[in-house]
Design a protein around this ligand. Structure first.
Ligand code: AMP
Length: 281
């Protein structure tokens, strides 16, 4: 695996791949890699000649300073894991490399409705930061295919919108969420949970499964209220339990029994904010 830190060196390689007509798959991450990340790498490897992974903890997408400061970094084991998978290139830029003019007064993306709900509502500015970093990374890596996790369902939609804004031909491939044996969605933030919190954390996927199993039996309102209460009783501070149209994330209160729905939850266990979602029908 080649480790590249500068835009200039990266472009030397991407230009070479272009000349050779090699397809490039890209997996952007913030590191602290787990099997969920590695599953994206594996999918990219199956579908492309070259796979590029980036590790960059993007300061502009953290609306909470503490969350940024405490974001786990495990770069040595990340490199080992990527070497083992046979990743071709690890792009490891610095903040200055990606944001040579600093991280304030950056460009604004018109994301419309998507930025007003769920993660957009509870993490103001987060998706602007996601777009700011993705725009830069995509221009540097110039991939044909982009692999992102459905674990971050709304993020996939935001990046789809960004690609439209950029009038880009890059194909976005949303990939399934990998879970621990007890159902907890794999996440770098899980490392920050203590033993007790780690046990409690499974309640989020349990709630999503409850919604899935009872979606035809109860009103959406009841389901949401019950699962919110159950999470709160277990010590979670719930940002939202929501049901939305799986295609456009419009929040659904009144369901016709047919429309494809996604259930989404965001909740804090003490300082750690966890998110998860599930297609329910
Ligand atoms: P992150 O490092 O958290 O920014 O995640 C990098 C990419 O991995 C994003 O596209 C995530 O959606 C994806 N990802 C995170 N957790 C999982 C998971 N449990 N299963 C599959 N993909 C994931």
């Amino acid at each position: 695996m080649i480790i590249i830190r500068s835009k200039k060196t990266l472009q030397k390689y991407t230009n070479k791949y272009k000349k050779q007509s090699l397809s490039v798959g890209f997996v952007p991450t913030m590191g602290a890699l787990h099997n969920g990340h590695l599953s994206l790498i594996s999918t990219s490897q199956q579908q492309n000649n070259i796979t590029v992974c980036s590790i960059f903890v993007n300061p502009t997408q953290f609306n909470n300073k503490k969350d940024f400061e405490k974001y786990p970094t495990t770069i040595d084991t990340d490199i080992e894991k990527l070497e083992k998978t046979g990743t071709d290139i690890l792009f490891l830029p610095s903040v200055v490399e990606l944001y040579p003019n600093g991280v304030t007064n950056l460009e604004y993306y018109e994301l419309g409705y998507l930025e007003t709900i769920l993660e957009g509502k509870y993490r103001p500015g987060h998706f602007q930061g996601v777009c700011q970093v993705m725009y830069r990374l995509l221009n540097m890596v110039q991939p044909h295919n982009l692999y992102m996790g459905q674990k971050d369902y709304q993020q996939c939609m935001v990046v789809k919108k960004l690609l439209e804004i950029m009038q880009s031909n890059i194909q976005l491939h949303p990939c399934p969420t990998l879970r621990e044996n007890d159902g907890l969605a794999m996440s770098s933030r899980n490392m920050r949970l203590n033993v007790n919190e780690r046990k409690l954390a499974t309640a989020i996927s349990t709630s999503l499964n409850n919604i899935k199993n009872n979606i035809k039996k109860e009103s959406l309102q009841n389901l949401i209220e019950n699962e919110t209460a159950i999470l709160q009783q277990q010590g979670f501070m719930v940002d939202y339990v929501a049901l939305a149209n799986a295609n456009d994330l419009k929040i659904i209160d009144d369901w016709d029994g047919e429309l494809k729905l996604v259930a989404l939850i965001a909740a804090y266990l003490n300082e750690v904010r966890l998110i998860d979602n599930m297609l329910v029908n």
